[in-house]
Design a protein around this ligand. Structure first.
Ligand code: ATR
Length: 277
């Protein structure tokens, strides 16, 4: 029997109104002339399992998962990719034909793809990466940097215990520095990554001393509202290669879109504009 149902996908969060994914997937569906829909769904934790079991029957091919369900959803799904297991969270679910749910995490892919496309001269083996922050986003970044062959990952976080936990989870490549030492460890970095929420609109500014930035460094910020954070501004002034965080949002969405709708979408200026609109 030919599949005639219009393919559906979406994003589940609570709340979900802030999510930019519907704009991005909506843009790609239009751009690729696919008759499909991508729908935001506000689902409370208590209803998550029931919703996930119902959606495939309604024609959904999969969903993105956002805050606050990225960790909890792992207990509901049937299969988990290695990278989602390593990160301890899932952002992309695929509903398979046999009725099972596959959980994946594409945040690390989005991070490294954004970095390698926009800082093509960055060599993972060139030297240490300094990662600011030790939350969920840091887990995706650290596991991906380790996999890419970065020799040393220097982790610094306001709450040192969280950084120590990541060291336990990700092994000997990770060293931990005090948050008050962040300015000093940056001096040794080949790559600097901000994974904290500092610098985001409505949050305090990142106040780490940045006089250690030098032109041969690559600096990226996961914050994308605003696109130009203090970190990226100062890095640009110091002559560093800078990469903003919007690309990570775009690239992490690519694998899900391709799995659900069958075509690989373009990460280009039009996609950036669609997300920012
Ligand atoms: P995410 O999953 O997006 O990474 P998170 O788990 O809440 O979100 O982590 C937020 C990160 O920003 C953490 O590293 C947090 O530091 P703590 O572990 O000490 O909370 C960091 N962060 C948030 N507000 C901060 C502040 N005012 N000063 C320093 N770090 C801050």
């Amino acid at each position: 029997m030919t599949e005639t149902r219009i393919p559906l996908a979406g994003v589940i969060g609570h709340p979900v109104a802030h999510s930019r994914s519907p704009r991005l997937h909506g843009h790609w569906l239009k751009d690729l002339a696919i008759r499909g829909h991508y729908i935001p769904m506000d689902v409370e934790a208590g209803n998550l399992e029931q919703v996930l079991r119902t959606l495939p029957k309604a024609g959904f091919r999969g969903v993105n998962i956002t805050v606050p369900h990225k960790e909890a959803v792992m207990a509901i799904t049937d299969q988990i990719t290695d990278r989602a297991t390593l990160i301890g969270a899932a952002n992309t679910l695929t509903f398979k034909e046999d009725g099972s749910i596959l959980a994946d995490n594409t945040d690390g892919f989005g991070f490294i793809e954004n970095l390698s496309r926009n800082a093509p001269d960055w060599d993972p083996a060139a030297g240490p990466a300094v990662v600011l922050g030790a939350g969920g986003a840091a887990r995706a970044v650290i596991s991906t940097l380790a996999e890419a062959g970065v020799p040393e990952i220097i982790l610094t976080n306001r709450t040192r215990a969280r950084a120590e936990q990541l060291k336990l989870d990700f092994g000997q490549r990770v060293t931990v520095a005090d948050w008050v030492q962040a300015g000093n460890v940056i001096e040794d970095a080949a790559l600097v990554v901000n994974t904290t929420s500092l610098g985001m609109a409505g949050k305090p500014e990142l106040r780490v001393p940045l006089d250690g930035l030098r032109p041969e460094m690559v600096v990226t910020d996961l914050v994308y509202t605003p696109l130009q954070t203090r970190l990226l501004r100062e890095a640009e002034e110091a002559g560093c290669t800078t990469v903003d965080g919007l690309g990570m949002l775009l690239y992490q969405a690519v694998p899900g879109f391709e799995r659900w709708f069958g075509l690989r979408p373009e990460v280009d200026d039009a996609a950036r504009e669609a997300v920012l609109a």
